[in-house]
Write a protein that binds this ligand. Structure first.
Ligand SMILES: [Zn+2]
Length: 83
């Protein structure tokens, strides 16, 4: 149970606001889970995910640029041939 910081009412651990006064409750963590470790693990996962996302974006950008450049040169070569 999570006790309300304002009125002291016991709320369900899943509750985000007090059922009595409506005050915002501190984020309930699973019982037994070390709060700091959980936050660190979460931050580490997010950082790793962001790194992968950034790398993928760079790869996609490089491939798109190559397609763009080859398309341009092919187009200009074709134009040169038809003229
Ligand atoms: Zn309350």
């Amino acid at each position: 149970m999570v006790s309300c910081p304002r009125c002291g009412r016991q709320n369900l651990p899943s509750a985000t606001a007090c059922s009595q006064c409506g005050a915002t409750l501190p984020a309930a963590m699973p019982i037994g889970a070390p709060v700091s470790d959980g936050a660190e693990e979460y931050a580490r996962q997010m950082a790793a995910r962001e790194a992968v996302r950034r790398r993928n974006r760079m790869l996609i950008g490089a491939v798109a640029l190559r397609h763009f450049l080859t398309g341009q040169s092919r187009r200009s070569a074709h134009r040169a041939e038809t003229r």
